[in-house]
Write a protein that binds this ligand. Structure first.
Ligand code: IVH
Length: 671
C-alpha cells in the first residue's frame, strides 16, 4: 500500500472506529461485534506504525495508551471546580427550596441527577478537539491527566460540532469492572482497592496510560464550565446540548417542576440505587434556570443554586457466624462479630466491633443470627440490629468468658465500667498491645515496626518491655523470618532516629491510662522534662489547664511504681530523649490550604536535606498524617535515596511518589 492509499484507509478506519466507539461506549448500543472493532483498530494501529507521519493526537488508536509520563503537570482551572452543600432529609431539601425562593424572581424548577461516586473531571475542547483533561484537585489547581482520559472510550476525541467548550463530569469505575479488578488483584496477591471510587482515582493517577486503558473506566458529563459563542437558558438544555455534542450524559436525570417532585424523585431512588451498574452516593439537585442561578451566585465553597442529597448509609443483612474476643492494651476485652462476608457500600465486610457485653445484651445478639449491618460514616462496619423473626432455633446465646482468653486469669468488671478487664499486668496480650501502641504513629512512630513485626519480636522474646526495643541487636534480628540485611538495617536506623523524639511522643507511648496524644503534649509542654513530670504532685497536675482529677490521679499512681522508675532510667541510659523539644505551632489556615491537608503520607529511603522527623513534623503541621507503611490509604510516598520495598509497593498500588526536592518545594510554599 502506498502512502496515499494508506492515508485514505486511515481516514476511513478512524471514521468507522469513532462511530462504532460512540455507539458502543456512549449510547451503549454496539453496531458491530467486539472482534470486528478490535480487528479494525489493529489495522489502524499497524498502518499508523508504518506511516508515523500520519499519526494524529485524536486518532482512536491513542485509546490504547501511549508512553508513560515522568510526572503529572499542574493545571489551573479557569472556572473553579466547586463542591456542593449537603442535604440529608426532606426538611433540608425544603429549606434549600426556601432559600432559593428568597433569592430569585419567579418560581424555581429543578434538574435532578444521580450523584455518581467517582471523581470530578474537567475536559477542554478547542475547535471540537479534545485538548486537555484534568482532575479537580483542590478546585483551583488540578493535574493534567489527558493521556489517561483518552483511554476512556466514552470521552469523545472529536465532538460533533467544532466548538470551544470546557465540560465537567464524573469519571467512575462500574461495579462489575471493580469486582473483576479486585479479584485479579487478590489472585496476584496484591492489595485490593477499598471501593470503586478509589479504584477509579488510582487508575487515573497512573503515569502509564496503558494501565488506565485496561481499567474499563467510564464517565458521565453533568455540566459546562466554559462555552464560547452560544448561550443556553437552562441546565436541562445544557445536558441535552452535551448529548448532541457526543458526550455521555446520564439518562436518569429528571426535570422537576417543584420541590415536591424533587422529593418524589429522590424517594424513588432510595430502593432502586443498589440495582444500578455503578455506585451513586446521592442525588444532585440544581436550580434549572441559568439566569436564576446567576442571581443566586456562590458562597466561598459552593453554588447557592445546587445541593447534594446524601443517601442514608446502606444497610445489608448477613449472618453472624461467631464472636471473637480480643484483649486490648488496657486489658479490656472487646467482642468482635465475625460475619458471613457481604458487600456494604462498595466493600466486603467480614467483621464488626460489638464494643462490649452490654451492647450484645441490649441488641439481643445471638450467634447464628441474621443481622443488619451498616457502615458508620460509610467506613466502620457496625451491627444495627438483629432480625429475631428469622431465627430457626439453633442460634446460640453468647456469654462473655470469666477468664482472659490469652492468660486465663480471672476477668473483672471495674466499678462504673462496661468493659470486662484482664487485670493481670503480665498478660502477654496486654504487653504486646502496649508495645504496638508504643511504636504507633502518634507515639514513637517507629518506621517499619508495625503490628506484625512487634508480634514476631514479642513471640521470640526479643522484646518484653518498651526499653527492649532500643536494645535490639542486628544479629538477633537477622535470624528472624522475612528479615533481610536491608530491612534489619532500616529498622535499626528507624529505631535509633526515634531516640530524638520530643517528650510528648514517649509520654503518649507509655500508655498511661487516660493520657491521650493531646494531653501528652500539654503535659510535655508544661513540665518540659520527664523528671519534672515524675515529681509532679496531684495539685501541680490539676493546675495545668485541661488536666482533670481522673487523669492526674492516674499519672501520679503510674509514676509511683518502682518498675516505672526503673523503665525510665533504662530509657535514659539507652539515650532516649526525655525532654520537650517544642513542635512548630500549626497554622490552621496553612494546614487547610496545603497540599498535605487530610492526606496520608509515607516517608521512605534516606532523606538528605531534612531528617525524617523534621519532615514528618512539618508535614503534620500542614495538616498531613505521616504513617509508617504503604497501603491503599496512602496518598503520597516521599522516596529518598535507596528507597526500597515501600517505593515498590507504592508503585504497585499506583500511589503518587515525590522525591525529596518535591517535598521541600511543597513545604517551602508554606514558609
Ligand atoms: S454538580 C459546583 N452533578 O459531586 C459543583 N456533581 O460535591 C457542581 N458529582 O465534585 C457539581 N455527580 O465530583 C454534580 N450529577 C452531578 C454529580 C456531581 C457526582 C460529584 C462531583 C462534585 C461533587 C459535589
Amino acid at each position: 500500500m502506498d502512502r496515499n492509499q494508506a492515508e485514505q484507509r486511515i481516514v476511513k478506519l478512524r471514521e468507522l472506529l469513532e462511530e462504532y466507539g460512540y455507539h458502543y461506549y456512549v449510547l451503549d448500543q454496539p453496531l458491530v461485534s467486539d472482534a470486528e472493532y478490535d480487528q479494525l483498530l489493529q489495522e489502524l494501529i499497524s498502518l499508523e506504525g508504518e506511516f508515523p507521519e500520519l499519526m494524529s493526537e485524536d486518532s482512536p488508536s491513542v485509546r490504547v495508551g501511549g508512553i508513560p509520563l515522568p510526572h503529572f503537570v499542574k493545571v489551573e482551572h479557569e472556572v473553579p471546580m466547586l463542591s456542593l452543600g449537603n442535604a440529608f432529609n426532606d426538611d433540608d431539601l425544603r429549606d434549600f427550596d426556601r432559600r432559593i425562593r428568597q433569592g430569585i424572581e419567579g418560581e424555581p424548577s429543578y434538574s435532578c441527577e444521580l450523584k455518581i461516586d467517582g471523581l470530578a473531571i474537567s475536559l477542554r475542547y478547542e475547535n471540537g478537539r479534545f485538548v486537555r483533561g484534568a482532575t479537580r484537585g483542590d478546585g483551583t489547581t488540578g493535574e493534567d491527566i489527558t493521556q489517561n482520559l483518552k483511554t476512556i472510550g466514552s470521552i469523545p476525541l472529536r465532538l460533533k460540532e467544532a466548538v470551544d467548550i470546557e465540560v465537567r463530569g464524573e469519571a467512575f469505575m462500574p461495579k462489575r469492572s471493580f469486582e473483576a479488578l479486585n479479584q485479579a488483584k487478590e489472585q496476584a496477591g496484591e492489595e485490593k482497592f477499598a471501593n470503586p471510587r478509589n479504584a477509579a482515582a488510582g487508575s487515573l493517577r497512573q503515569l502509564d496510560p496503558k494501565i488506565a486503558a485496561k481499567r474499563n473506566l467510564d464517565i458521565f458529563l453533568y455540566g459546562i464550565g466554559l462555552l464560547k459563542g452560544k448561550t443556553l437558558d437552562s441546565h436541562h438544555e445544557g445536558l441535552a446540548y452535551l448529548r448532541t455534542l457526543g458526550f455521555k450524559v446520564n439518562e436518569e436525570s429528571q426535570y422537576c417542576e417543584n420541590i415536591d417532585e424533587v422529593i418524589e424523585y429522590i424517594h424513588s431512588w432510595l430502593e432502586k440505587r443498589t440495582a444500578l451498574p455503578y455506585e451513586i452516593d446521592g442525588i444532585v439537585i440544581k436550580l434549572d434556570s441559568l439566569s436564576q442561578q446567576k442571581a443566586l451566585g456562590f458562597t466561598a465553597k459552593s453554588p447557592r443554586w445546587a445541593i447534594a442529597y446524601k443517601f442514608p448509609a446502606e444497610e445489608v443483612v448477613t449472618k453472624l457466624i461467631g464472636i471473637e474476643l480480643t484483649v486490648g492494651r488496657t486489658g479490656a476485652i472487646t467482642p468482635t462479630a465475625l460475619l458471613e462476608p457481604v458487600i456494604v457500600a462498595g466493600t466486603t465486610v467480614k467483621r464488626a466491633s460489638l464494643h462490649n457485653e452490654d451492647l450484645i445484651r441490649e441488641k439481643d445478639i445471638k450467634i447464628g443470627d441474621s443481622v443488619v449491618i451498616k457502615k458508620a460514616g460509610d467506613i466502620i462496619p457496625e451491627v444495627v440490629n438483629v432480625l429475631p423473626k428469622l431465627r430457626t432455633g439453633i442460634e446460640q446465646e453468647f456469654n462473655m468468658p470469666t477468664h482472659c482468653p490469652e492468660c486465663e486469669s480471672e476477668l473483672v468488671r471495674l466499678e462504673g465500667e462496661v468493659a470486662l478487664r484482664c487485670i493481670n499486668p503480665k498478660c502477654p496480650a496486654q504487653i504486646r498491645e502496649g508495645l504496638i501502641h508504643f511504636v504507633s504513629r502518634n507515639a514513637m512512630n517507629i518506621d517499619g515496626l508495625g503490628e506484625k513485626v512487634i508480634a514476631q519480636l514479642f513471640s521470640h522474646q526479643l522484646i518484653e518491655d518498651v526499653a527492649d526495643i532500643y536494645k535490639l541487636e542486628r544479629e538477633e534480628l537477622l535470624k528472624l523470618e522475612r528479615m533481610g540485611e536491608k530491612s534489619v538495617d532500616n529498622l535499626l536506623e528507624a529505631i535509633e532516629a526515634t531516640k530524638e523524639n520530643s517528650l510528648e511522643r514517649l509520654l503518649f507511648g507509655l500508655g498511661i491510662r487516660f493520657v491521650g496524644a493531646k494531653a501528652a503534649k500539654t503535659l510535655a509542654a508544661h513540665f518540659e522534662t520527664m523528671e519534672a513530670l515524675q515529681k509532679a504532685s496531684f495539685e501541680e497536675l490539676t493546675d495545668v489547664h485541661e488536666i482533670g482529677d481522673k487523669m492526674a490521679d492516674s499519672i501520679v499512681s503510674y509514676f509511683d511504681s518502682e518498675e516505672v522508675s526503673e523503665l525510665i532510667n533504662e530509657l535514659r541510659e539507652l539515650g532516649v530523649n526525655l525532654t520537650y523539644k517544642g513542635a512548630k505551632p500549626t497554622n490552621a489556615q496553612e494546614a487547610i490550604d496545603s497540599a498535605f491537608a487530610g492526606k496520608t503520607i509515607v516517608l521512605t529511603g534516606k532523606l538528605e536535606k531534612l531528617s525524617r522527623n523534621e519532615a514528618a513534623e512539618q508535614i503534620e503541621a500542614l495538616g498531613g498524617k505521616v504513617t509508617g507503611s504503604v497501603s491503599k490509604n496512602t496518598d503520597i510516598v516521599i522516596a529518598g535515596v535507596d528507597a526500597g520495598s515501600k517505593l515498590a509497593k507504592a508503585k504497585k498500588l499506583e500511589i503518587t511518589v515525590w522525591d525529596e526536592d518535591q517535598l521541600i518545594e511543597e513545604l517551602g510554599k508554606r514558609g
